[in-house]
Structure formats: C-alpha cells, structure tokens
Write a protein that binds this ligand. Structure first.
Ligand SMILES: O=c1ccn([C@@H]2O[C@H](COP(=O)(O)O)[C@@H](O)[C@H]2O)c(=O)[nH]1
Length: 288
C-alpha cells in the first residue's frame, strides 16, 4: 500500500486482502500472568511484541489499547511507541484505542500526538469520544485526513452503560448516537464523492448492541468490539449491522489473546474468527 493513500482506501484493501477483523492488544494483568509474565514493563513488552509478531501479518487491523500501556507509566508508553511502529511494519493497520475527547484546543494536541507522522505515537487511526460535541473533534478529523489517517468516533458503545447517554433524545427527537452517526455520514461525503470505497471517519458500534434501530450506513468503517469476552458472537453481527455488514470490522481482544502465548495458537484463534466472519458475509450476500 503506497504512502499518500487515504485511510479509507488502505483499510478497504486490507479488509479484502486479509479479511475484515481487528485483533486487540490489551495486556490485562490477568493475561500477563496467564502467559507466565510479570505485571511490569518487561512483561508488557514481551506480551505486546509476541502479539504483534504472531498476528501482524495475518489480521487487517491491530488495536493496541493505550490504557494497558499507560498503567505502566513512562516505560509503558515507551513500549506502546515501539508496538505502534513494529505493528505498522508488519503491514497491519494500527488503530490506537485511546478514546480521547476534550475541548477543541486540547484536541489539537491529541491530534499532534496520534495523527501526525512526526509523533512517535502516530498510528493509522485513533478512537475518539464525541460526547463533548462532534465539532470539538475537528482538529483530530482534519489532522488525520491531512495525513491519510483515520478516526473512529464512538457512537453505540459495547458496554451496558452506554445507552444512558447514547439512546437519549435530543430536542429534534433524534438519539444522541443517531446525531453522531449523521455527523460522520456528512464527514465522509467528500471522500465517497471522490471515489474512495470507504470514508476515513469510522464509528464504533458494539457487537453487543442488538437491533439498535439506527441507520449505520455512514460511508465509513464500523468497528464492532464486543466479540467473545463481552458475550457477542459473529452471528450477532448480522442482527446489529444488517445491510451495513460489508463495512464492519469486528474486533476481539481477550478472546484471541487468551489463546497465547504460543504464537501459532494466537494466529489460529484469529484465523478461526476471520473465517467465521467471511462465512457470515458470504451467507448474507447470498441471501440479499
Ligand atoms: O464500545 C467499545 C469501544 C471500545 N472497546 C474496546 O475494545 C476492547 C474490547 O476488549 P475485549 O477483550 O474483546 O472485550 C477494549 O480495548 C475496549 O476498551 C470496547 O470494548 N467497546
């Protein structure tokens, strides 16, 4: 994939080549222990590097969860910098899960940190929270687009507490989540008009959210966390996403990582999920 391409094009190509799947790198303390590692920066580095080496040439997207690196302080953040670089070198796209959301002027600093190639924490895409208002995300949206990078906006999250905020109704009767989906649809319009297969602004819609009643055709990718440890199955994706299924990037972290530390077992766990998702897509397109 050549430099200068949009994130939408790069992700679309990766999903076609490798199958639509994102493997999360979440070094939970319990997983470090299960892998025979200490819950310190050395164990963290071994864990994350093993995951990158085992999965990086297989999956379309690797998603390091920043929180599990930050809990080890500056040494953990240094590990995260290396993990982002090593993961990008494998050919997988790297989605850094940091869920940032703040006032616009501070969002520019987050944009500099995660979306500008001059930063050691720059990834192919980053997760953001729009719940300080969608336009507060503008610095991240613009900086990411300027560098051919992507942004995933939280819309309908996988956790049971999410509906308290996301299902609430605004004055015009729309849900808060639906309002965010509309903003993302508008943000992707120009890229689609220019012929990109996917816009560079994705949304997060949990695989656990059931038939949510929202229009999920936002023109960008739909990251679907919640498979495995949070209880959702590949079959649930059909109910949640319906006609938007081809734009979905299902994601699992603990479900895959608990197969480690054997690299082959990690890879096999990811490949099984990718095959299940491909089967689902095949059956859905045959029924359409
Ligand atoms: O709605 C959301 C948004 C993000 N996540 C993140 O995905 C992984 C899920 O880990 P599992 O081990 O597969 O449950 C984790 O990093 C979350 O912060 C999410 O779960 N739901």
């Amino acid at each position: 994939m050549s430099a200068g391409e949009t994130f939408g094009r790069r992700l679309h190509a990766a999903m076609r080549a490798r199958g639509p799947f994102c493997a999360g790198i979440d070094p939970h303390p319990g997983l470090l222990t299960a892998w025979g590692l200490d819950d310190d920066a050395t164990g963290l580095e071994r864990f994350a590097r093993t995951a990158v080496e085992a999965l990086g040439e297989t999956v379309a997207v690797l998603k390091p969860q920043s929180a599990f690196f930050e809990r080890h302080g500056s040494r953990g953040v240094a590990v995260l910098e290396r993990v982002v670089a090593d993961a990008r070198a494998t050919g997988a796209l790297v989605l850094l899960d940091v869920k940032r959301g703040d006032i616009g002027s501070t969002m520019q600093a987050y944009a500099d940190a995660y979306c500008d190639p001059a930063s050691p924490l720059c990834a192919d895409a980053v997760t953001v929270s729009p719940y300080l208002g969608f336009e507060s995300l503008r610095p991240v949206l613009d900086t990411a687009a300027a560098h051919g990078n992507g942004v995933f906006v939280l819309a309908l999250t996988s956790n049971p507490e999410g509906p308290e905020v996301q299902h609430a109704r605004t004055a015009d009767g729309r849900t808060v989540a639906g309002t965010m989906l509309d903003h993302v649809r508008a943000a992707n319009a120009a890229a689609l008009a220019a012929g990109d297969p996917l816009g560079g602004v994705g949304v997060v819609v949990g695989a656990t959210t059931g038939g949510n009643g929202e229009d999920l055709a936002v023109g960008g990718p739909l990251l679907a966390p919640g498979l495995g440890a949070q209880g959702a199955t590949v079959a649930d994706l059909a109910t949640v996403f319906g006609a938007a299924l081809p734009q979905v990037v299902p994601s699992a972290s603990r479900e895959i990582l608990s197969a480690g530390p054997d690299p082959r077992a990690l890879r096999e766990a990811a490949v099984r999920t990718i095959e299940d998702v491909r089967d689902l897509l095949f059956r859905a397109s045959a029924e359409a």
